[in-house]
Design a protein around this ligand. Structure first.
Ligand code: BDP
Length: 734
């Protein structure tokens, strides 16, 4: 990421003594909010470090004029280089100046071991969690200094990023007294990246991992990837797709993974791989992968030893088994715990972790798909080794635009459960739809499971405080690829950002995170921030409205999941069709998951089951998730269900139009290239929102047989037209 070019463009960014004349000049530049002279394409993410406005520089430059930071380890060296880069960019100094200029203010950085000055200060480091840090402004000798300190080097790096964030977002430095500890131990990205560089559900180009050129060629992007992740506290990455290829466990690929691990190590990021359960057969030459077979167990033990010899700090294995056709222990009459424990025993001597996914549902099982994970896993509670985590998607179906929280959370007190969020927007319009997911994740994290009692929110289950979990983790399915802007669109970067920050602290406010991100990624002007954040905060609700209002789900195109297709039926399995999920008929629409239907509600704690199961009390956003409701049912707005559906579909499209207008309104405050990209994508989103609305209304009207409420435009095309659309090359589907 190139160091700073001045936001303020023509206003000379070279470092000078601050004189009143200069201040006046800078103030004038800031007032006109001149666009940057240098084009931005989004590559720099939120780490742009463009020159700050003069008033901010006048405040920060004296306070940060001297850097006292011995860098005795690769991590400290990375932290120091980031700080120099950040300060030189933000304050428009040359890196050399940052170290040389002796002035009143100093920044003292390090651990008690690395920096003798820090070892003499009372900083409250003892109470920090691993990788936690403090940032303080305090007197040190004769000077007022800023102290960034931690017990470990990664904590120092995190503290440095946090400090830079304060500057990037124009925060005051007086009396700083920040103490940060993560509540979650493993904050991980899951890449669904294949060895041929395709990415399952990836909408941002090819995989970042250039397997063919690894280990000999290290793309500089690997370092920038690590910097970006460290800046938001992500400390683990699973390099490969959960639909795993056993080849990644062969020596040639392990050495490629080793090369990446070496780049990531200074940034505190540990590498994990996905394990294909049948690997002992596919690459080991065994006849079986039965976890009870001693030869299979030995194969995995030897494999673990081999991996750890190559990557000593290897994190462990992530496994998708007996799900969507993947091999697993059930192929041999064993259960998930048998499979997970065999792998856990293999990696245990090396400190490794097994993350076993709970996203399972079976073709042979005729029961409601929403119930299957709970049914399979709850009986296994307490049966997993202590180095196993079970990773659960946020909802029981599959990353739908909105889902009620997964009933497994709270139901496995003896098994540490990890959250799996999807950052890549598989079901949310791919890369072109502007959807800020922070608000949705916040909704899930704050949901109360009532297990074992009121107040047991998902966040508290995940951080271990409810059940005393010894291990904690939050994973996000990455949206990162080879596109210049990393995530497929400028605003998708915000989802990567918010994910990392929420994994660090699941109680943070998604709105505050959006604000931070907007300030760092675009511009600090309060009006601009308010408008842009306002647009982000209504974006998730908008997409739910135009795709899946009132709890509808799984009504997207078959296979690639692009666009509306509520008419999908037939094919290999019922629970891959839309009609299975919406159940529209002459009487009404929705999946009855109450006592009179599949009774999936019974998997929740009693107070939640009572609420979701009661047509009168169910939150309306989940109405059709849990109930089959007559077309003329009176919803809370007073409109009948059919009218309410039409109203919400339309409202979604209108909101996107408003978002588009908001973005046009801030054109003068955003650099040209990024503004144009976002504007064009919003136009695509507007058209596709209209398409979702129109196709859905045209289809469901064949059941409701009702006219559109007055004032609502009919679908633009016939239902046959929408059905005829075909997208054989939609991205992300392999
Ligand atoms: C589904 C995706 C599929 C993934 C699966 C999973 O469509 O590509 O393999 O999730 O999480 O949503 O395993």
């Amino acid at each position: 990421m190139a160091p700073g070019h001045g936001l303020g463009g023509g206003c000379a960014p070279a470092f000078r003594a601050i004189s009143p004349l200069w201040l006046a000049f800078w103030a004038l530049c800031a007032a006109f909010a001149v666009q940057p002279a240098v084009a931005e394409d989004g590559y720099d993410l939120w780490l742009r470090y463009r020159s700050l406005p003069a008033e901010q520089r006048a405040i920060y430059a004296p306070a940060t004029a001297q850097l006292v930071m011995p860098a005795s380890s690769p991590t400290l060296a990375a932290a120091k280089s980031e700080l120099s880069r950040g300060l030189s960019g933000l304050l428009s100094q040359t890196p050399a100046n940052v170290e040389r200029v002796a002035a009143a203010g100093a920044v003292l950085v390090g651990t008690p071991q690395s920096n003798p000055q820090i070892s003499q200060l009372e900083l409250g480091l003892k109470g920090l969690s691993p990788q936690g840090y403090v940032i303080r402004q305090q007197r040190v000798g004769d000077h007022t200094s800023i102290v960034i300190a931690a017990n470990d080097d990664v904590g120092v790096l995190y503290g440095v990023f946090h400090f830079l964030r304060l500057l990037q977002t124009h925060q005051p430095l007086q009396n700083l007294a920040i103490s940060e500890s993560s509540r979650i131990q493993l904050r991980m990205l899951n890449h669904w990246d294949n060895l041929d560089r395709t990415v399952e559900r990836g909408y941002s180009g090819a995989s970042l991992w250039d397997w063919h050129k690894l280990p000999d060629y290290l793309d500089p992007r690997y370092t920038d990837y690590a910097r970006a992740n460290a800046s938001i506290g992500i400390n683990a990455t699973v390099l490969t797709n959960v639909n795993a290829n056993a080849l990644v466990l062969t020596p040639a690929y392990l050495h490629k993974a080793e090369a990446l691990a070496k780049v990531f190590r200074p940034y505190g990021i540990r590498v994990f791989l996905t394990a294909r359960f049948s690997a002992p057969v596919e690459i080991g030459g065994l006849k079986t992968a039965d976890p009870a077979d001693p030869a299979v167990q030995k194969w995995w033990r030897d494999k673990a030893a081999e991996i750890y010899k190559i990557i000593p700090d290897f994190g462990g294995l992530l496994v998708k088994a007996n799900s969507e056709g993947q091999p697993g222990p059930q192929d041999y009459g064993r259960n998930h715990a048998d499979g997970a424990n065999m792998l856990a025993d293999a990696v245990k001597p090396f400190g490794g972790t097994v993350i076993w996914r709970a996203f399972v549902y079976s073709h042979e099982q005729p029961d409601d798909r929403a119930k299957q994970a709970y049914d399979e896993f709850v009986p296994l509670d307490g049966k997993f080794r202590d180095n196993v985590l079970v990773q659960v998607k946020n909802g029981a179906i599959d990353f739908q635009p909105r889902e009620p929280f997964h009933p497994l959370f709270g139901a496995m007190p003896k098994t540490p459960l990890a959250m799996e969020f999807q950052i890549t927007k598989e079901y949310l319009g791919f890369a072109t739809h502007l959807v800020y997911l922070g608000s949705f994740w916040e909704e899930v994290l704050r949901a109360d499971t009532y297990r074992p009692r009121k107040g047991s929110t998902i966040a508290k289950i995940l951080d271990g405080s409810v059940h005393n979990y010894a291990r904690t983790a939050i994973a996000g399915v990455a949206n990162i690829g080879s596109d210049r802007n990393w995530s497929g669109s400028q605003f998708d970067q915000a989802n990567w950002y918010a994910f990392g920050r929420l994994a660090w602290n699941p109680t943070l406010s998604s709105k505050a995170l959006a604000e931070e991100w907007v300030r760092m990624t675009f511009f600090n002007d309060p009006k601009f921030v308010e408008r842009t954040v306002g647009m982000m905060m209504k974006s998730h609700e908008a997409v739910v409205d135009y795709m899946n209002p009132l709890g509808l789900h799984h009504v997207m195109g078959r296979g690639h999941h692009y666009g509306p297709a509520p008419w999908v039926e037939g094919g290999p399995r019922a629970d891959w069709t839309a009609v299975y999920f919406h159940r529209a008929d002459a009487k009404g629409i929705g999946f009855d998951r109450t006592k009179t239907g599949s009774n999936a509600v019974a998997q929740y704690a009693a107070p939640i089951a009572a609420e979701f199961g009661d047509l009168k009390r169910v939150p309306e956003q989940f109405l059709l998730w849990f109930h089959h409701v007559p077309w003329d049912y009176r919803t809370r707005s007073g409109r009948i269900l059919w009218d309410e559906l039409v109203y919400r579909y339309t409202r979604g499209v209108d909101t996107v139009r408003e978002m588009s207008q908001t973005w046009q309104g801030v054109a003068s405050q955003v650099d040209v290239e990024r503004h144009a990209e976002v504007a064009a994508f919003l136009k695509i989103q507007e058209n596709e929102a209209q398409w979702w609305r129109d196709a859905s209304i045209a289809y469901f009207q064949t059941f409701s047989k009702r006219p559109l409420p007055a004032g609502f435009a009919p679908p633009e095309h016939s239902l046959d037209y929408y059905k005829s659309l075909d997208f054989p090359y939609a991205p992300g589907h392999h």
